[in-house]
Design a protein around this ligand. Structure first.
Ligand code: FMN
Length: 359
């Protein structure tokens, strides 16, 4: 980390996590840190789902919940940015405090509960950037008090199909009671059928990704994979935050309710990702997320079976230079190993990761 980044991080860590997050969004909105997308490097380009990603590293959902700064994120060096989760109606989420830094573990626990400004505000911002280059995915969810949660996802598809490079159906947040139950086969089948029908009715048909939890047993993963294949969903994002609390040093905060992200999530989410790759076969796109904080961890997600990689918590601890550093490290790796493309690396450690226990 550079001296400037270290000072920036110290400053942000002097505020509570949610205030620090707000300040970082405000800084990006003002053009800080000044950045322009790094030059394209053919060795790290990835083409999947009809989209040409300049590099495989994306900003995960939850950082830019209201689509305020997708272009500034791309300017930091990310190959794509996912905004959201966005619900039809604005909602304030759970009572504060609801984000906790587990500094000794380089982890975070959050129980935000889909706080966001709703479809209207995000759509206005995305419409205003129409025509700009850059891959921006839109992550959609359901309001906590919705009488028909599946209808909320249909509304998300209808609203954002024309504004999104891809859509993510997020049913894996642990902070909206009952939401994760939609991962069960029968509910998932209905959700995916209706989401796919909503896309067919829209004026534009972007790829649809499904974002899943890391807290699923083998039989549940098999059901999800079967539904993804049957309903011809384009991709799966593995994974959201975990309810598990394994091997944490920050004992005083480990008991906070919510989803754990960051370094301690890496092993579990990568083991689930490799299982998903084996169940889905080679064609379906997989986005690997959970504990990525370096070129090596990003490359390991690809070895385990990911086409694309995302991060969030890593940037809280390493600062805004992290994406550029990871992408440069990936390019150096491809050069050193004399690979034609970073995509050649995919699945090379899938069996090893799939054999690991989910911890
Ligand atoms: C503060 C915070 C808020 C999040 N909000 C969302 C969200 O709204 N939607 C979503 O799909 N994932 C959300 N996530 C999960 C991340 O997108 C990601 O799946 C998870 O944090 C694991 O990646 P990481 O270890 O790199 O952070 C959130 C994560 C954090 C830390």
């Amino acid at each position: 980390m550079s001296v400037l980044d270290r000072i920036g991080q110290k400053l942000l860590f002097s505020f509570d996590p949610e205030t620090a997050h707000g300040l970082s969004i405000a800084a990006l909105r003002c053009g800080l840190p000044a950045a322009s997308p790094p030059p394209r490097d053919a060795r790290v380009e990835v083409s999947v789902c009809g989209l040409d990603f300049p590099n495989p590293l994306g900003m995960a959902a939850g950082y830019d919940k209201n689509a305020e700064v997708p272009d500034a994120l791309l300017g930091l060096g990310f190959g794509f940015a996912e905004v959201g989760t966005i619900t039809p109606l604005p909602q304030s989420g759970n009572p504060k405090p609801r984000i906790f830094r587990l500094t000794a573990d380089e982890a975070v626990i959050n129980r935000l509960g889909f706080n966001n400004e709703g479809h209207g505000a995000a759509e206005r911002r995305l419409a205003a950037r129409k025509g700009r280059p850059g891959i921006v995915g839109v992550n959609i969810g359901a309001n906590k008090d919705s009488a028909d949660r599946i209808a909320d996802y249909e509304r998300g598809v209808a609203r954002f199909a024309a504004h999104a490079s891809y859509l993510t159906v997020n049913i894996s947040s642990p902070n909206t009671p009952g939401l994760r139950n939609m991962q069960a086969r029968e509910q998932l089948g209905e959700l995916l059928s209706r989401v796919v029908a909503a896309r067919a009715a829209a004026s534009v048909q972007p790829p649809i990704f499904l974002k899943i939890a890391p807290d699923l047993v083998e039989a549940e993963l098999e059901d999800i994979a079967a539904e993804v294949i049957e309903k011809r969903i384009d991709g799966v994002i593995v994974s959201n935050t975990t309810l598990a609390r394994v091997g944490l040093r920050s004992a005083s905060l480990a008991g906070e309710a919510g989803g754990l992200s960051g370094k301690p999530l890496f092993e579990r989410s990568t083991a689930v990702l490799a299982r998903m790759r084996k169940l889905l076969g080679p064609q379906v796109t997989i986005v690997g997320v959970g504990g990525v904080d370096s070129a090596e961890t990003a490359l390991e997600k690809i070895r385990a079976g990911a086409d694309l990689v995302q991060l969030y918590t890593g940037m809280i601890y390493a600062g805004p230079a992290l994406p550029g550093r990871i992408v440069a490290g990936m390019a150096r790796f491809v050069e050193r190993e004399r690979l034609g493309s970073i995509q050649d690396l995919r699945d090379s450690a899938c069996e090893r990761w799939a054999a690991k226990p989910i911890t």
